[in-house]
Design a protein around this ligand. Structure first.
Ligand code: CZF
Length: 190
């Protein structure tokens, strides 16, 4: 197992908080990359989640020998198969509404509320690139529910549990969430 902290190559504070808690469950320390490296301007994302995550990790790894993690995430809505996906961050950034309100407004009156969330992780460790993917297919709730986590978690409803991700304890949530599953797959490879 790793002795050194892992640096997260991301500018997204919510992503850092979520991934840090998930790695902590395996006894691994995750820090924002700017704790050790001067902030960089990341290159624009392309059309492949794995490549985007790799690029984030490699751009920070140029300046440190510590392990560096990159993540690229996104959602798919069954009702809008040609939207979102690897472009999720860029699509949401263009909207006036906050992300969850925007998704609810797009799904108003639509019966197919299936959502699939993806997280692609790439860990640059020495000369290795270790990759992992996690995904979760669920339903978009009719309104935000739950306070135990934020972001999409308040909308992601698991019919088999009758709860959103934000209504689950962190330990249970990590077994279902796209990032929880990706972290588990990554840790299995260490
Ligand atoms: O998995 C998620 N769980 C959530 O609860 C959530 N809430 C919002 N989002 C959006 O999903 C996109 C990820 O994009 P992304 O991986 O390119 O990251 P990012 O651009 O925000 O940061 P960086 O890591 O690239 O610096 C961004 O639009 C996020 O705002 C979430 N994603």
């Amino acid at each position: 197992m790793l002795e050194q902290p892992i640096l997260l190559a991301s500018q997204n504070a919510g992503k850092l908080a979520e991934l840090r808690a998930l790695f902590a469950q395996s006894g691994l320390a995750l820090e924002r990359y700017t704790s050790k490296v001067t902030p960089i301007t990341f290159s624009a994302e392309g059309n492949d989640y794995g490549q985007n995550a790799t690029n984030k990790a490699l751009q920070v790894a140029e300046f440190t020998s510590l392990p560096v993690l990159g993540d690229d995430s996104g959602i798919e809505l069954a009702a809008f198969p040609d939207e979102f996906g690897v472009h999720t961050a860029r699509t949401l950034a263009q909207q006036l509404l906050p992300a969850n309100k925007y998704l609810l407004s797009r799904l108003q009156g639509i019966s197919n509320r299936q959502i699939t969330l993806h997280s692609y992780l790439v860990l640059r460790l020495g000369s290795q690139l270790i990759q992992a993917h996690g995904q979760l297919t669920a339903q978009v709730a009719l309104q935000e529910q739950g306070t135990l986590s934020g972001g999409f978690d308040r909308l992601v409803y698991l019919p088999q549990l009758g709860k959103t991700l934000a209504q689950l304890s962190a330990t249970v949530r990590s077994q279902y969430s796209h990032r929880g599953r990706a972290v588990a797959e990554l840790v299995r490879q260490l």
